[in-house]
Design a protein around this ligand. Structure first.
Ligand code: GLU
Length: 160
């Protein structure tokens, strides 16, 4: 029952995403997070508890837009209702692959995540959270390492 917002466009992404998450607050949640492309990579801010606990972290995300002089922005935001893993900042979404190039937010439960997690761990992937969600960015990454492009790798991950 959590909330998901994504944005690509000319406006400052993080504030727009924050506003969207605010409108979805009624759905209930225990933590939140926002990721924005910053030109170099992905900037991520997360907080436990009320969305207002993100307020002190929003400046860092808003500064990306100012630094990029109004260029098109891309971002995602999430309010989490924990199913796998405690209510911690570490378990709040978005979750990233090892080199921080893929950020994922997700609603619901990945029923076969234990099996996938064990396979990825056997390949050397070190997990940073206790969530089921974190298998997704690592799995997309694993498919990309076999030569698939991002879109195909994302489809392959979802299929698995
Ligand atoms: N299963 C995921 C988690 O525990 C997503 C829960 C949700 O729908 O917010 O992080």
């Amino acid at each position: 029952m959590c909330g998901i917002i994504g944005y690509i466009g000319p406006r400052e992404a993080s504030s727009l995403i924050y506003g969207g998450l605010k409108r979805l607050e009624y759905r209930g949640y225990d933590s939140s997070g926002i990721a924005v492309l910053n030109g170099d990579g992905i900037a991520v801010e997360r907080a436990v508890g009320k969305l207002g606990n993100m307020d002190s972290k929003m400046g860092a995300l808003q500064a990306i837009y100012q630094a990029a002089a109004g260029q098109r922005q891309t971002g995602i935001g999430h309010t989490r209702w924990a199913t796998h893993g405690g209510v911690t900042e570490n378990n709040a979404h978005p979750h990233l692959n090892i080199d921080g190039t893929i950020a994922v937010i997700q609603n619901g439960i990945i029923e076969n995540f234990v099996e996938i997690k064990h396979e990825l761990q056997a390949e050397g992937v070190v997990f940073k959270s206790e969530t089921d969600t974190e298998v997704v960015p690592h799995l997309i990454d694993a498919f990309m390492r076999t030569g698939q492009g991002f879109e195909q790798a994302a489809l392959s991950a979802i299929k698995q």
